[in-house]
Design a protein around this ligand. Structure first.
Ligand code: NBP
Length: 501
């Protein structure tokens, strides 16, 4: 069939591509699909084509492209990196001025900037769109973070808005319950134009960095409850379920409750206990941390979360070290358990606030670097549903930036400031307890250090700058002079008058 009637095309029928295609078809758009390996297209159509007449598949890319209405819109959902370039190269000779290629993969934002530039010269639009929510999100409503020219965005906006997750307009809570063939009706779409060229993929990367932080913080809370408070996975699962009813209400807290209460089908023991304690990663957390270092923006909590995965991965080394190195073991007396659990909740919430604050600071700096005009309220809004970090908490961030779009730091918003003030005694108590007990809490403690550093008018870098001047003549500013005046002391003759540089 090559009668140019499909509204949109999709290339790449692995997990994400298949689910996104079904989501688009469910929204009454005619969609053509193509996959490098045709057998996957065939089995996809065999399984779904009967129920979805608006789905059609093609063996060769020419007939796939010919099946699309102009201006042609093609989503690429293949492995990021070289495979994406290879698909773009095969599409370019088949496209015309004004057609749109949309990369929905997890591309590095700098690659997206390059691709957009290259395609612009050929008069082809390129949208780099973050897609979050994994398989389930792609199927029933992801959070979508598109970046590219406004003109290109206008061409795909109706489809993006309709396939994205939706939240309740009154309270910002995700609207759930979509089924195959029965998508959510109404609600506020979790999709918004992010900015030029790589802005969408950049924001998706920061989203993933924040996700790394959230996951690690939850693991630290679990570790503390199992090691110090001596609770079983099932008891901790109940606690997470309880936490999910309050300020911590979020997808990740919800699934953590489910996971901790799951039994291993083979042994009937807690499932979480049979899972090897080594975590993998695909790179977006690392990209976020490297970018933070490159721009000089403090985002220690995401970096600690990446390092925690790295440390978990050296299992053999840790096993050997555990037989050599010693540390304290402290268990809490039973009458203190409730108090400590509640303090751990507060520590988790405070750490989460700091981690998100760092993520938004990163985006604030990146927009200067890349000449974007990011709307932080809008970004928080589209993360309220569909994506992995969806949480009631994002409504508070939305409100903070709606109240003050140029907020210097999330920590300064009244709601977050109050939370940090009320919960911080418990936050400090939990970290002290963890340190005394020898339980690693890298994200909890880095978040607290971030908070304490950010609120300090004076830090010890006066000494550091003096050290730099001592060994490298790197100069220093004086507290009793205007900012921007630099001096150097002749450290071999420190009694001589200093030199203004
Ligand atoms: P994968 O990332 O596993 O990619 C598999 C797909 O890429 C297959 O369709 C494969 O075709 C195709 N492909 C490859 Br590999 N090399 C190709 C090439 N040179 N030319 C054409 N096609 C090629 O799939 P996924 O997990 O569905 O993810 C798709 C994208 O979405 C990725 O960029 C991923 O990072 C991103 N993403 C994934 C998730 C998630 O939860 N999985 C979430 C959000 C975003 P074949 O069948 O012929 O091998």
């Amino acid at each position: 069939m090559t009668d140019s009637t499909s509204n949109i095309g999709l290339i790449g029928l692995a997990v994400m591509g298949q689910n996104l295609a079904l989501n688009i078809a469910d929204h009454d758009y005619k969609i053509s699909v193509y996959n490098r390996t045709f057998s996957k297209t065939e089995s996809f159509l065999d399984k779904n084509g009967k129920n979805l007449p608006n789905l059609s598949g093609y063996e060769n890319i020419e007939s796939f492209v010919n099946s699309l209405q102009s201006p042609k819109k093609i989503i690429i959902m293949v492995q990021a990196g070289r495979p994406t370039d290879s698909v773009i190269e095969s599409l370019v000779p088949l496209l015309q001025k004004g057609d749109v290629i949309i990369d929905g993969g997890n591309a590095k934002w700098t690659d997206t900037i390059e691709r957009e530039k290259m395609l612009k010269e050929k008069n082809i639009f390129f949208v780099g769109s973050g897609v979050s929510g994994g398989e389930e999100g792609a199927r029933f409503g992801p959070s979508l973070m598109p970046g590219g020219s406004q003109e290109a965005w206008n061409l795909i906006k109706p489809i993006w808005d309709s396939i994205s997750a939706k939240v309740n307009p009154d309270n910002g809570k995700p609207l759930e319950g979509a089924l195959p063939g029965k998508p959510i009706q109404g609600g506020v779409p979790c999709s918004a134009y992010i900015g030029n060229d790589g802005a969408g993929h950049y924001v998706k990367m920061v989203h993933n960095g924040i996700e790394y932080g959230d996951m690690q913080m939850i693991c630290e809370a679990y570790h503390l409850m199992s090691s110090i408070v001596d609770l079983t996975p099932c008891e901790i699962g109940d606690i997470f379920n309880e936490w999910n009813k309050g300020e911590l209400d979020s997808f990740l807290i919800e699934i953590t409750g489910d996971i901790l209460k799951q039994k291993d089908p083979r042994t009937d023991n807690p499932f979480v206990d049979i899972v090897m304690d080594t975590a993998g990663q695909k790179g977006t957390g690392k990209w976020t941390s490297v970018n933070a270092l490159d721009m000089g923006v403090p985002a220690p909590t995401v970096s600690e979360a990446v390092f925690a995965r790295c440390l978990s991965a050296i299992k053999d080394e840790r096993t050997a070290a555990s037989k050599i190195l010693t540390g304290p073991i402290v268990k809490i007396k039973s009458d203190n358990k409730q108090v400590i659990v509640s303090a751990i909740r507060d520590a988790l919430y405070c750490s989460k606030i700091c981690s998100y604050a760092q993520g938004f600071q990163l985006m604030r700096e990146a927009q200067k670097e890349y000449n974007w005009d990011l709307n932080f309220g809008e970004i928080a809004k589209i993360w309220r549903g569909g994506c992995i970090i969806r949480a009631a908490f994002l409504q508070k961030i939305t409100e903070a930036y709606e109240k003050e779009p140029t907020l210097a730091n999330l920590l300064l918003d009244n709601y977050f400031k109050e939370c940090l003030s009320i919960y911080q005694p418990n936050w400090r108590k939990v970290i002290s307890l963890a340190v005394e007990s020898g339980i690693p809490v890298p994200t909890f403690s880095s978040a607290l250090s971030y908070y304490d550093s950010y609120r300090s008018e004076r830090l010890p870098q006066n000494l550091l700058q003096a050290q730099r001047d001592y060994f490298g003549a790197h100069t220093y500013e004086r507290t009793d002079e205007e900012r921007g005046k630099f001096f150097h002391l002749d450290w071999l003759h420190p009694n001589r008058p200093e030199v203004q540089v």
